[in-house]
Design a protein around this ligand. Structure first.
Ligand SMILES: [Zn+2]
Length: 441
C-alpha cells in the first residue's frame, strides 16, 4: 500500500505543535520533516534563509483619567517605540480615519478600525497624533480566544508612530469610558532569525529534466498547533512522496515544505529566488493548504491557464471528485510559484460555514479525520500521476489574464511597500488570508 491514512495520521499528530517561523520549534519541525523523508528513503535537504522577527518587550495601555484602568494590548511590530516612560495624551476614536475624523488628533492617542493605508501614519504624525491603537478579533469570540490577538507588523519600517493592538471587546469598553488622558508604552526590538524550506527529490526516469513541485507550508501562527493549517498539507505531500517513491515517476518531483508562509509567503518566495535558474524546468506547482477537515468542502484555486482549470474540472468529474474551482491567486505558496512564471494550483478542503477555525488554539486534530483527509489526497495522487507520466507536458506554460492581473496587482503593492522598506516582506496576500479566515469563521 503506497498511501496509508494511519501513517499520515501519525505524522499529523507528530507535527501538531506551535511552529512559528524563526522559533526553535520551527527548526524542530524542519528537522522532523527531513528525517521523515530520509526514513522513507528519499534524500532531503534543509535550505535556510533569513527572516525578520519582532520581539515585543513591553506594550501597555492605561487610561489615567477620569478613572484609572489598564487594558490588555499587544504591540504592533515595525512601528516606533515610545520613550521608556511612555507617551501620555488625550484620546480619540477615529473610526475609519476619514478626513473629518482626523481634524483634532493633536496630542492624542487614536484608536482606529482596520489597518489604515500605509500613508495614514505619516498623516497622523503630521497632524500631531502621538500614537495609535488598532482593533483586532471578534466580539463574539469566547474569552480564551480573545487573549490570542495575532501579532502584526506595520506596513513599511518608517512608521513614525508607536502602534498597539487591542481586542474589539476591550476597545468597546475603552471608547465608552470616555478617556481624557491615556498613556501608552511600546518597547519592541527587530531582529533577524532563520527559517527553513525542506526539499526532498525523487528523480524522474526518461523525462527527468521536467519537474513537478509539490508544496505545503509547515509553519503555524502563535497559539495555534496548526494541525489543519497546515500540518494536513504537509502530510499530504509526505504521502504523495511515499506514493511516487514506490510507483516511480517519469518526471522529477520536488517536495517542498515551506517555512514562514504565515508571515508573508516568505519560504516559497525564497525558494523561487534560490532556484530561479531551474524554474524554467518546473512545469507545475501543486500546493496544499488545509485539508482533512470533516465538515468541509473541496476547493481548488488555479493560477494557471483556462485550459488547465477546465482539465482539472473535467478530470474531477470523471473521478467523482467534488471540487469547487476558481481561477485566480490563492493566499498561499502557489502564488510565489505563479509569480515566478510556474503554473500553480492550491488544493484546500475549506470549512463549512460556522465550522472549524484556524489561527488560534482551536486548530487541533479535533475537527479532522483520516477519511476526509484522503479525499483530497486520492484525487491529487491520481491527477499528479497522469501529469508525471504523460508523454508530453500537458500543462500549458501560461497564465490566464485574470491570474496575471492579480499577480501584477500584488507585485505593485509589494514594490510600493519595498520602496518604503526593502526589508518588508509581508505582502497583501497575508491580509487577504486573514480576511478570508475571518469570513470562513
Ligand atoms: Zn495555511
Amino acid at each position: 500500500m503506497s498511501m496509508d491514512k494511519m501513517r499520515a495520521w501519525k505524522l499529523l499528530e507528530d507535527m501538531s505543535f506551535v511552529r512559528i517561523a524563526g522559533s526553535e520549534e520551527d527548526k524542530k519541525a524542519a528537522e522532523l520533516l527531513k528525517d521523515y523523508c530520509e526514513a522513507a528513503g528519499v534524500p532531503a535537504v534543509i535550505e535556510e534563509y533569513e527572516i525578520d522577527v519582532v520581539e515585543i518587550k513591553k506594550a501597555t495601555l492605561e487610561v489615567l483619567e477620569p478613572e484609572y484602568h489598564a487594558y490588555p494590548v499587544i504591540g504592533i511590530g515595525k512601528t516606533a517605540n515610545t520613550p521608556e516612560e511612555g507617551l501620555t495624551g488625550g484620546f480619540k476614536y477615529i473610526e475609519d480615519a476619514t478626513e473629518t475624523n482626523l481634524t483634532d488628533v493633536a496630542g492624542k492617542i487614536v484608536l482606529l478600525q482596520g489597518r489604515g493605508k500605509p500613508d495614514l501614519y505619516k498623516t497622523l504624525q503630521k497632524k500631531g497624533a502621538l500614537g495609535y491603537i488598532s482593533l483586532g478579533g471578534n466580539m463574539y469570540e469566547d474569552e480564551s480566544i480573545k487573549n490570542e490577538l495575532r501579532p502584526m507588523n506595520a506596513f513599511g519600517k518608517d512608521n513614525p508612530l508607536p502602534g498597539l493592538r487591542i481586542h474589539i471587546s476591550e476597545a468597546e469598553k475603552l471608547v465608552r469610558s470616555k478617556p481624557e488622558k491615556v498613556r501608552i508604552v511600546l518597547d519592541a526590538e527587530q531582529k533577524k532569525a532563520t527559517s527553513y524550506n525542506v526539499v526532498a527529490t525523487i528523480d524522474g526516469t526518461d523525462l527527468k529534466d521536467e519537474v513537478i513541485a509539490f508544496s505545503a507550508h509547515y509553519d503555524s501562527v502563535p497559539y495555534s498547533k496548526g494541525s489543519w493549517d497546515n500540518a494536513t498539507g504537509s502530510v499530504t505531500i509526505a504521502e504523495l512522496m511515499h506514493y511516487f517513491k514506490e510507483k516511480g515517476t517519469r518526471r522529477t518531483m520536488k517536495f517542498v515544505w515551506c517555512g514562514a508562509e504565515e508571515i508573508g509567503l516568505i519560504g516559497s518566495r525564497e525558494y523561487c529566488k534560490a532556484h530561479k535558474d531551474e524554474l524554467e524546468n518546473y512545469i507545475f506547482n501543486i500546493n496544499f493548504d488545509m485539508t482533512g477537515v470533516t465538515i468541509g468542502y473541496e476547493h481548488c484555486c488555479c493560477s494557471t491557464s483556462e485550459d488547465t482549470l477546465h482539465a482539472i474540472e473535467f478530470l474531477a468529474k470523471l473521478n467523482n471528485y467534488p471540487v469547487k474551482t476558481e481561477l485566480g491567486t490563492y493566499s498561499s505558496d502557489s502564488t510565489s510559484f505563479a509569480g515566478a512564471g510556474v503554473p500553480a494550483i492550491t488544493f484546500a478542503r475549506l470549512q463549512a460555514m460556522g465550522g472549524a477555525q484556524i489561527h488560534n488554539h482551536n486548530d487541533t486534530m479535533e475537527h479532522l479525520d483520516p477519511d476526509s483527509f484522503m479525499i483530497t489526497l486520492n484525487f491529487a495522487a491520481l491527477f499528479a500521476e497522469q501529469i508525471a507520466n504523460a508523454p508530453v507536458n500537458p500543462i500549458p506554460r501560461k497564465l490566464a489574464d485574470k491570474v496575471t492581473e492579480k499577480l501584477e496587482e500584488m507585485k505593485k503593492r509589494l514594490a510600493a511597500m519595498e520602496t518604503k522598506n526593502e526589508e518588508e516582506k509581508k505582502p497583501e496576500a497575508e491580509e487577504k488570508k486573514e480576511e478570508a479566515a475571518e469570513e470562513k469563521k
